[in-house]
Write a protein that binds this ligand. Structure first.
Ligand code: NAD
Length: 490
């Protein structure tokens, strides 16, 4: 059985610690590798190495750092097929999804290839008589990232690329459920010329995550995962005096106005709710059609389309949805489906209780459709993170708007309409961080920033884009005056 371990100081570090956990192949429903967990001592070793290596890396001129990032980008492109197979074999996502994910990560690597420009400070001449003011963006030192299972390549790239581009050393703790692709990416960064010690992986779970939030030499922590853990990491890291940004969970709504193009809506909702088996922070697990006529029309079309969705193993080129990540996660989703029925919602299509012929052990669920969901239901308030679509019916625009606005999560939302007036009002009044207009899963492009509101994000700077440059640097502002100093005349 393959063992997955850490990568510290430019090399693989194996045989550590007594704690291990299984890494599944969700399509086969079998353990395919064993992950060795680190602990506080291994983390401390990685931090010490990173701390020693960082000053030399930071002193390299930014164009030379950018050249390493350019090579890294080229190597990721060269190894695209290997990387997408690695991630889909552990996560279960389809190869096409994995390809899209990798490209989203590459977008951020490309963005930070412009680091000589992005890291420039500001300059004001003549702020006072003979006075100039300028700012410098310095790296923080050693920084860290803790990442979730659902984007095992993209999210590590979102964090590590800007962190190292500005001159930090970085410690990555990938999800214990899909760790291999992150280790491979870090190997490729070294092949690209990154000096040893600048990018390190310490694998494990909660214990390593907590050690990261406690270690005094780690100056900033970037976290993405569930809201419960995001809150803990934020409180603990900030309490320890670190800079912390924590992106949490999501419950993204799609609000459907009566004038919307329903063919487009249904195609978008199917992709938004069931793509990647619903295991996306940008997925669309709730729709809010306005008016009975709209709700019934959407429901009818979904009922026609859902049975046509092809469920298959992650390497099946014809499949539209793969398995979920682990048996525990499958069980959790099934419990939420039952909870929704017990709470009084209508289980219109039940995706439980089926197996894929030839892959009976795989962690497959079929799409589930639930109607007449109400805001007081726990199955609505909680993030299910699986292929489950809930319909919440609204009578008016104001009522529909109130659902994403009152929900404790505020990651993303989409409005479907042909009316510019209604769309603009929606955009202005909705209390959510990322908004789509006739656009499901509105993940911002790599030169904007990604982050939600309310329980979906803690901390005030978002992922990638210019926020990431600010997050991973600290600003020094210099006010200077050079008195005239001419040689005295005889
Ligand atoms: P999770 O919270 O279970 O784990 C995330 C990471 O935190 C893992 O690496 C885990 O080992 C680590 N961890 C667990 N306990 C910890 C602790 N006490 N201290 C420090 N680290 C700890 O999340 P997951 O199930 O891997 O990922 C799915 C979740 O991530 C969903 O809620 C999803 O919405 C969210 N997510 C959010 C975004 C976003 O941008 N907002 C993006 C992707 C995923």
């Amino acid at each position: 059985m393959r063992t997955i371990s850490h990568f510290i100081n430019g090399q693989s570090v194996t045989g550590t610690g007594a704690v291990t956990s299984p890494v599944f192949n969700p399509s086969a429903g079998q353990v395919q590798a064993i992950l060795e967990h680190g602990d506080a001592a291994i983390l401390a070793e990685a931090v010490a190495v990173a701390k020693a290596a960082q000053p030399a890396w930071a002193s390299i001129n930014p164009q030379d750092r950018a050249r390493v990032i350019f090579k890294f980008k080229a190597l990721i492109e060269k190894h695209r097929q290997e990387l997408i197979h690695l991630m889909s074999s552990e996560h279960g996502k389809l190869l096409e999804d994995a390809m899209g994910e990798l490209q989203r990560g590459l977008d951020v690597v490309e963005f930070v290839c412009g680091i000589p420009h992005l890291q420039k400070g500001e300059f004001t001449q003549g702020a006072g008589p003979g006075i100039n003011v300028y700012s410098i963006r310095e790296p923080l030192g050693v920084v860290a990232g803790i990442t979730p299972f659902n984007f095992p390549a993209m999210i590590p790239l979102w964090m590590l690329a800007p962190a190292i581009a500005v001159g930090n050393a970085f410690i990555l703790k990938p999800s214990e459920r899909a760790p291999s692709v992150a280790v491979r990416l870090v190997e490729l960064a070294h092949e690209a010329g990154l000096p040893p010690g600048i990018l390190n992986v310490v694998n494990g779970g909660k214990e390593v995550g907590e050690a990261i939030t406690d270690h005094p030499d780690i100056k900033a922590v970037s976290f993405i995962g569930s809201t419960g853990v995001a809150k803990l990491v934020y409180a603990r890291g900030a309490g320890n005096g670190k800079r912390v940004q924590c992106m949490g969970g999501a419950k993204n709504h799609g609000v459907i106005l009566p004038d919307a193009d329903l063919d487009q809506v249904v195609a978008d909702v199917l992709a938004g709710a069931f793509g990647s088996a619903g295991e996306r922070c940008m997925s669309m697990p709730v729709i809010v059609p306005i008016g009975r006529k709209t709700a019934n029309a959407v429901r009818e079309r979904l009922l026609k389309e859902i049975p046509k969705l092809r469920i298959g193993v992650s390497v099946d080129p014809d499949a539209q949805m793969g398995p979920v990540v682990t048996p525990e996660h499958k069980k959790k989703i099934e419990c939420y489906i039952q909870l929704a029925a017990d709470e009084g919602a209508e289980l219109v299509v039940d995706g439980r209780g089926r197996t894929l012929p030839g892959h009976e052990e795989g962690f497959f669920l079929w799409p589930t459709l639930i109607d007449h969901t109400t805001p007081s239901m726990r199955s609505y308030q909680d993030e299910i993170f699986g292929p489950v679509l809930q319909i919440v019916r609204a009578e008016t625009f104001d009522e529909a708007l109130s659902y994403p606005n009152l929900h404790h999560q505020g990651n993303a939302v989409t409005v479907f309409t042909r009316s510019g007036d209604w769309a603009q009002r929606f955009v202005a009044e909705v209390a959510v961080g990322m908004v789509g207009v006739n656009f499901p899963m509105p993940t911002p492009v790599g030169y904007y920033c990604h982050g939600g509101w309310k329980d979906s994000a803690f901390g005030d700077l978002n992922q990638y884009g210019e926020d990431s440059i600010r997050f991973f640097t600290r600003t020094k502002v210099v006010t200077q005056r050079w008195p005239h100093c001419r040689p005295a005349e005889d």
